[in-house]
Design a protein around this ligand. Structure first.
Ligand code: K2U
Ligand code: ZN
Length: 169
């Protein structure tokens, strides 16, 4: 396993549309292991493969709280097959847009279909933080960042702040 570099805005790869995975094999599982180690180290609760420069439709997540047993989740070729009409706001952040937080409104509940770590098909309902996080990560697979939902001024200010932050690091 390895901790990989997380790309930050305005890296062009973050705007790429990620490609479907052909086969859930040991090579892909090694990528997911690296993604999970990178996410825990950040720390974060979700990570899309494109954020470490690999434009494949793969997401990892762990919504367990501090002190709880880890509960890693793996999503290969995830699809949202249903979204609720009802929406809910959430103060989002992103490992690719460090130290920027703002409110985003998303469908409150979604139904997911994906392949798991073993390549088995799963269909699952998500609500609360799970629904927020999976939609945030699914946006990454389309090259969409949460700041794309903000005003142009807020988005430009965010990119300017991240560029300054990364330069100073
Ligand atoms: O995509 C990412 O950068 C991972 C995010 C996932 C996330 C974004 C918004 C809302 C929930 C999850 C990182 O984990 S950012 C850290 C974080 C953690 C909890 C709540 C909000 C942001
Ligand atoms: Zn993100």
């Amino acid at each position: 396993m390895a901790i990989r570099e997380i790309l930050t805005v305005p890296h062009p790869v973050l705007k790429q549309v990620s490609q479907p995975v052909d086969k859930v094999d040991d090579e892909l599982r090694a990528l997911m292991d690296d993604m999970l180690e990178t996410m825990y180290d950040a720390p974060g609760i979700g990570l899309a493969a494109v954020q470490i420069g690999v434009p494949k439709r793969v997401i990892v997540m762990d919504l367990s709280r501090e002190g709880e047993e880890k509960a890693p989740q793996y999503f290969v070729n995830p699809e949202i097959v249903w979204k609720s009409e009802e929406t809910a706001p959430y103060e989002e952040g992103c490992l690719s847009v460090p130290e920027i937080y703002d409110e985003v409104e998303r469908p409150a509940r979604v139904k997911l279909r994906y392949l798991n770590y073993q390549g088995e098909q799963v269909e699952e309902d998500a609500e609360g933080l799970y629904a927020v996080c999976i939609q945030h990560e699914m946006d990454h697979l389309e090259g969409v960042l949460f700041i794309d939902y903000l005003s142009r001024l807020k988005r430009e200010q965010a990119v300017k702040k991240v560029k300054k932050l990364v330069r100073a690091a």
